[in-house]
Design a protein around this ligand. Structure first.
Ligand code: SF4
Length: 357
């Protein structure tokens, strides 16, 4: 059965064209899927019963199954989701007043192998389908009870989104039906063909780059993908990246003790970013001795000095204080914990006495 979830309104209309008797019925179906987040065709009560039966016979409203939800004291919620083939992925919701940021996964693991990342330590997975990607959004919005005024989406969960551009593109079209591209961020480890693909999209989400070191040598040591896509080439591609008025590229920088956390590194980072409308997001490492042995988080003074130096250089900088640190909310940590039982810092999320629902 073909899924209608993970598709845009026009794609849904095209899929159901042969089934509906009049064009406005197709728009109704799209509205139920995209705006009302329907879980079953039975919910589509303004459609004739016979049409609902036929839709259910030919199409699915597929989305992942919620395997576990862990609520953090700070309000963030971490979801372990089971896909149809038994694979699990993670997603996180992080509320802030009436806003919520939803972090989605694009792959069920990651082959990029960044040394500071639990997902990377767990190894490669498969590309998620559009319905699996958008299904994370649907599940979390439903779980939050529709009690949210504004949703931001960040692709900073498991996997490298720009190694899954075909499905990501379809999923973005569906997500942009309800969420402005200005509120969607795709975060990459620096996959050049993927950055060029993103640059060519008619409606572009925001771009974030997981940088983590100010020079080729150290970046290569912690992000092996730098051998394939060297830092100078990455920076050239970012300088050429089309930015709408007022937009900036976010540079994520996972701060690791003794490795990339000196004030001089902050100075070198600022020089590297000169000329690019940018903001820097400093992410102190989420320690995970099981999966990331030997890597430590810098102390608070070092973190503050690093951020201050970047600020002194005239750049906007934020320090991401861990959300859900009591529930293993850094990407890959919940799955990693599960893997350790039976098996976060990707570019990605901060790492919750769990309270389970
Ligand atoms: S940081 Fe991102 S790209 Fe790197 S291994 Fe982790 S999930 Fe993959």
């Amino acid at each position: 059965m073909k899924p209608l979830t993970g598709r845009s309104a026009s794609a849904i209309s095209e899929l159901v064209r042969d089934v509906v008797d009049r064009p406005f019925r197709a728009r109704q179906v799209a509205l139920w899927v995209l705006q009302r987040n329907a879980r079953s065709f039975d919910e589509m009560t303004d459609l004739p019963k016979a049409l609902r039966r036929e839709l259910a016979r030919r199409f699915s409203l597929h989305e992942p199954e919620m395997a576990e939800v862990v609520a953090s004291l700070d309000g963030s919620r971490k979801y372990l989701l089971r896909l149809a083939d038994g694979t699990t992925v993670e997603a996180v919701s992080m509320p802030e007043g009436q806003k919520v940021t939803l972090c989605l996964s694009s792959q069920s693991g990651c082959a990029v192998g960044c040394t500071f990342c639990v997902t990377g330590a767990l190894g490669a997975g498969r590309n998620l389908t559009p319905e699996e990607i958008v299904g994370q959004y649907r599940l979390m919005v439903r779980d939050l009870g529709g009690d949210v005024e504004r949703v931001n989406i960040v692709f900073m969960g498991m996997g490298e989104p720009l190694l899954n551009t075909t499905h990501l593109g379809t999923a973005l079209e569906a997500l942009m039906e309800t969420v402005s591209p200005k509120r969607i961020t795709v975060s990459t480890a620096g996959i050049l063909p993927g950055i060029r693909w993103l640059a060519g999209l008619p409606r572009r989400p925001l771009l974030a780059v997981s940088l983590n070191a100010p020079d080729q040598e150290r970046r290569e040591a912690i992000m092996p993908i730098t051998r394939r896509y060297p830092l100078p080439d990455l920076m050239a591609a970012l300088r050429a990246f089309p930015l709408e008025r007022g937009r900036r590229i976010t540079f994520e920088y996972v701060l690791i003790r003794g490795l990339n956390d000196a004030p001089e590194d902050a100075g070198a980072l600022a020089r590297l970013l000169r000329g690019i409308p940018s903001k820097v997001n400093v992410i102190p490492l989420n320690e995970d001795p099981d999966h990331l042995p030997g890597l430590r988080r810098p102390d608070d003074g070092t973190i503050d000095r690093f951020a201050a130096r970047i600020r002194d250089e005239g750049l906007t900088v934020t320090v991401r204080r861990s959300r859900g640190s009591d529930v293993a909310a850094a990407c890959g940590q919940l799955k990693g914990r599960q893997a350790s039982r039976s098996a976060t810092a990707d570019h990605c999320l901060p790492a919750a006495s769990p309270s389970r629902r």
